[in-house]
Design a protein around this ligand. Structure first.
Ligand code: IPT
Length: 987
């Protein structure tokens, strides 16, 4: 007989969202459950209706088969579906995984209700036990539960089969921007309860201490037994008991709502002096709810972490406990470079710990409900969560939003998310999904969510874009993606704003990116109505791949990477690396961390922008210090003062942080007497954690706010002006040697300084169209032609022309001997046609062996003109190899902004020193721009023995044009005359 589940062809029936599946609920059954994780018998069929009967292999559960030993490999596509069939159809070639294992049902489960829980499977799950159909589920990122009580026999063995169909009608609404996989991605459990059980528990805990717990009670044996009741207590056995809400009971009886089938009970308490929950101080209480039989014995128990907090929108502000908080968010996928989709508790904890250390306070679960443990961790560690339903129909958005065949699926997915996550204090907003146009199906789902949970606002970008202030669309938040900052500010100042403006995605972190983040935050903090946003995104989704056989390394790859770099023979795969015909390349590598969670430099920028303590200015002989948090004082922090003197090293002194409430400022005395000499002087407050916290050990750096106490004017200008007369020669000065082409000959340089107008295009440069323009102008291959070499006293002036396809740049270098070295004054005249170039500056190469860079300037991490707020000025020192950021697709990397001076030295202390006329953009790497441009993956780069040094008179900002706005005009490199000077000395 044909299998009834297969006969339904549920993979092409969007109306069928489930069959035989239990309703979603918020009762956590993980404790005491039997884990069915591990090795399962496995077969991969070519299509769901292909016969099972081949050879069984094994597959790990949870895990996607696309990362295990099968022929079906991961594929990365952003918007486009990987096949041409229109919704709700699927391709004939439809990999289907059949997972099977034996279940030994404990004998002492006799008389109990037995439930199978499949944590998540994509995209259609069919369940059989001993060949008998049990149920169907879709909705790839939420659990499905099936009651097996009548299908299994306690004390006996049963065979459970989970058939997972990869492509279905549901795939068309799971068209998110990440890798396509197939398999079971979260744990599988088997548990037993009493027939009389808690079907659901809903907790509402308000900031005034009011606690309400609604329980749904069922008895699978039939009618509810006489005398059942629920009890609850907060915080352990001697905590606060909850009282039964008799008014609720009375109304139920009066309304004749009480049924013999569905039991409802409400418990209440008022917690005196409640410690409220917020992301800064995530205070949690433990709640235990018990369901009793009439004789008082306990039939079922449910435990919850409760956070007392309110979310409201008042006027155009989103308030947490009455406070207008800034939302410093990031978009997060469930991702891991070895498993693809399956994330372990420790990994999720590591994600959140890292985000917390770098100043993030919010997560959007892009673009589906994340692993359940993520929300427990967000409650505990303190994050505001925008919980997003698993709906993205990007490729067919317009067709699906109003398609009644998909109505069920929209409501199902939003409602199941709300039912699962409603008790988490961290969840402050529901999201209807992503990039699915806007239609009646959204309104239906919004209606369900609003009615079921009036305590939280709702957002949906697709609706919000119909009008940020439109009251009739299904979004309480104006939540655009990648909106130009000026549009956001203009909206907030227009007088027409009615909703909080919190961008659901902004500042696209692809490659070397996130320019103008500081400008965004300056505007957000200065403009009422703007409250922040969510950076796109947390991870670079590089999959660890063996270069030899092209296969994902899988779980065996643990340890095969370090500090963001894959071990020899491995690389971080992105789109196309698994031989996909259709793919979207490195667009999958757009996170603030590399695939092994190594922070990209933008993380330090973000940390500083989120600094809880600020040094605002220097006033009345004191420093104005402020508490920039919303809820707590500074007592969790310790600090130390540092004074960096350009010509005098770094002094430190202990700091005492004043007792400031949120938003308060204090004037504190200057901690140092400024020495009369020493040049430019920078004062830094190095702020660390004062004690061990759940997310950071004591002494973890939190921020480093900085003020300039004295500037450098008097010190640098004399060396600086290229028009000034060369200083008189003395006997100590050497002579200048240039070759027949006018190129400097120097014992420590393997390539003489020449003009550079090109950088290895960043992803923003490529996708934003700048790189194409630069190539068209010929900037990547300028041809240098010496024009004249003129000697004047001791100095030599070389004029050369650099010809590109669209113009010629005249470049003049004057080499003048100075004490211990050479001064190089340069000038370049860019034609108007070159109105937006990557850089104007010098590039040279050193001999090998100069492996250590010491510099005075911004650092220690990578910084660029529009991403430099998090890199304090000071004396920094790093090995040359550590300066470079291994972005997945090689590109401009390793720059340091605001460099005044640097020394490159060998282990025997020989080397060279460069002093710059002004703070300049400098990079020292092992790679020429053309090396980086030619490589597609980091492992293809062959480091050069010497250093490639760029000194830029001007360097273009990074912007975020790979998806979103480019950098601001003030960070562009203008045509016309550029001048810069530097001195080169041998150590
Ligand atoms: C937007 C998507 O929501 C997100 O999933 C991701 O693709 C991001 O952009 C870019 O990486 S959609 C985009 C077409 C604006």
């Amino acid at each position: 007989m044909r299998d009834p589940l297969l006969a339904l062809r549920p993979w092409e029936a969007p109306e069928v969202t489930s069959w035989g599946r239990l309703p979603m609920n918020a009762v956590d059954r993980r404790e005491g459950a039997h884990s069915l994780d591990g090795e399962w018998r496995f077969q991969l069929l070519p299509a769901p209706d292909a016969p099972v009967g081949g050879v069984w292999s094994t597959a790990t559960v949870p895990g996607v088969w696309t990362m295990q030993d099968t022929a079906d490999l991961p594929q990365y596509l952003n918007i486009r579906m990987p096949y041409t069939e229109f919704p709700p159809l699927s391709p004939a070639d439809n990999p289907t995984g059949v997972y099977e294992r034996d279940l030994d049902i404990p004998a002492d489960w006799a008389g109990r209700r037995i439930v199978l829980q499949v944590g998540a499977a994509e995209s259609v799950l069919l369940v059989h036990v001993d060949g008998r159909p049990v149920g169907i589920s879709k909705d790839s990122h939420l659990a499905a539960e099936f009651d097996l009580t009548d299908l299994v026999c306690p004390g006996a063995r049963a065979v459970v089969r989970l058939t997972v169909v990869k492509w279905s009608d549901a795939s068309h609404i799971e068209d998110q921007d990440h890798w396509w996989h197939g398999g079971i991605t979260r744990s599988v459990l088997l548990y037993a309860t009493d027939p009389l059980h808690l079907a659901d528990v809903r907790v509402e805990a308000r900031r005034d201490g009011d606690l309400r717990v609604d329980c749904q009670v069922r008895d699978t044996g039939g009618a509810l037994p006489e005398g059942w009741y629920v009890s609850g207590e907060l915080d352990g056995p001697h905590g606060l008991p909850l009282a039964r809400d008799t008014e609720f009971d009375r109304l139920n009886t009066q309304d004749e709502r009480v049924s013999a089938f569905l039991g409802e009970a409400r418990l209440r308490a008022r917690v005196p002096g409640v410690r409220t929950w917020n992301a800064e101080t995530p205070e949690l209480y433990d709640l235990t709810v018990r369901l009793h039989r009439g004789d008082g014995t306990v039939a079922d128990t449910s435990r919850h972490h409760v956070g007392f907090r309110d979310v409201e929108i008042v006027d155009r502000d989103l308030l947490i406990n009455g406070e207008r908080v800034f939302v410093r968010g990031v978009n997060r996928h469930d991702f891991h470079p070895l498993t693809g989709r399956t994330v372990a508790y420790d990994d999720m904890r590591a994600d959140l710990v890292l985000l917390k250390r770098f100043g993030f306070n919010a997560i959007r679960t892009a673009h589906y409900p994340n692993d359940p443990a993520l929300y427990d961790l967000a409650d505990e560690i303190g994050f505001y969560v925008v919980d997003e339903a698993d709906i993205e129909s990007h490729d067919h958005a317009h067709e699906i939003a109003d398609d009644p065949r998909y109505l069920n699926a929209f409501v199902d997915r939003v409602s199941r998310m709300v039912l699962r996550d409603k008790n988490h204090p961290s969840v402050i907003i529901w999201s209807l999904g992503n990039e699915s146009d806007y239609g009646a199906n959204h309104d239906a789902a919004a209606g369900w969510a609003r009615r079921h949970d009036p305590t939280r606002p709702l957002q949906y970008e697709g609706a919000a874009k119909r009008g940020w202030a439109d009251p009739d669309v299904a979004s309480d938040i104006a939540c655009p993606m990648y909106a130009p900052l000026e549009d956001c500010v203009a909206h907030a100042l227009s007088g027409r704003q009615t909703k909080p403006l919190i961008q659901c995605e902004y500042s696209h972190a692809m490659g070397n990116s996130n320019g103008t983040l500081a400008d965004h935050w300056a505007a957000i903090e200065a403009t009422p109505g703007l409250q922040g946003g969510f950076i796109w995104e947390f991870w670079d989704h590089g999959i660890l791949q063996s270069v030899t056989d092209g296969r994902p390394a899988g779980r065996g790859g643990a340890g095969l990477y370090d500090s963001g770099v894959a071990a020899p023979g491995y690389r971080w795969a992105y789109g196309g690396d698994f031989g996909e015909q259709d793919h979207d390349g490195a667009f999958i590598a757009d996170g603030v961390v590399l695939p092994d969670r190594t922070p990209k430099p933008v993380m330090y920028e973000h940390r500083e922008l989120a600094a809880p303590v600020r040094l605002d200015c220097f006033r009345h002989e004191g420093l104005v210090l402020s508490n920039h948090q919303h809820f707590r004082g500074l007592d969790w922090l310790a600090a130390e003062w540092e004074l960096a003197l350009a010509d005098g090293g770094t002094l430190t002194a202990p700091a005492v942080l004043p007792d400031l409430r949120p938003g308060e400022t204090a004037v504190v005395p200057l901690p140092f007497e400024l020495p009369p000499d020493g040049g430019e002087a920078w004062l830094t407050l190095r702020v660390t954690t004062a004690e061990d916290l759940p997310w950071a050990p004591r002494s973890t750096e939190v921020c480093t706010p900085q003020l300039r106490l004295r500037d450098a004017e008097a010190v640098t200008r004399a060396v600086a002006d290229p028009l000034s007369e060369p200083v008189a020669e003395t006997a100590a000065k050497g002579s200048v040697e240039v070759d027949a082409d006018g190129l400097l000959v120097h014992p420590l340089l393997s390539a003489a300084p020449t003009l550079s107008l090109w950088r290895a295009p960043t992803d923003n440069d490529e996708l934003g169209g700048m790189a194409l323009r630069w190539r068209t102008w010929g900037l990547d291959a300028l041809v240098r032609k010496p024009v004249s070499v003129r000697r004047d006293g001791g100095s030599v002036t070389v004029v050369a022309e650099y010809a590109g396809a669209a113009g010629v740049v005249r470049h003049r270098q004057t080499f003048t001997p100075v004490e211990g070295g050479l001064r190089i004054d340069e000038e370049a005249e860019l034609p108007d046609a070159f109105d937006d170039v990557a850089r104007v500056g010098s590039v040279f190469e050193t001999v090998g062996g100069l492996d250590l860079l010491e510099w005075f300037g911004q650092g220690p991490w990578e910084s660029y003109p529009d991403r430099s707020a998090g890199a304090p000025v000071g004396h920094h020192c790093l090995p040359v190899d550590a300066l470079f950021t291994p972005y997945l697709r090689p590109q401009e990397s390793g720059g340091r902004h605001g460099v005044r001076r640097f020394t490159l030295s060998a282990s025997d202390a020989t080397g060279l020193t460069v002093s710059l006329d002004e703070p300049r953009q400098v990079s020292v790497t092992r790679h020429r721009a053309e090396d980086l441009t030619a490589a597609a993956h980091h492992d293809e780069l062959v480091p050069r023995a010497g250093c490639v040094v760029h000194l830029d008179a001007a360097h273009r900002g990074l912007g975020t044009a790979s998806c979103g706005p480019d950098t601001f005009p003030s960070y562009l490199v203008a045509p016309g005359r550029h001048r810069w000077s530097w001195t080169l000395r041998v150590l």
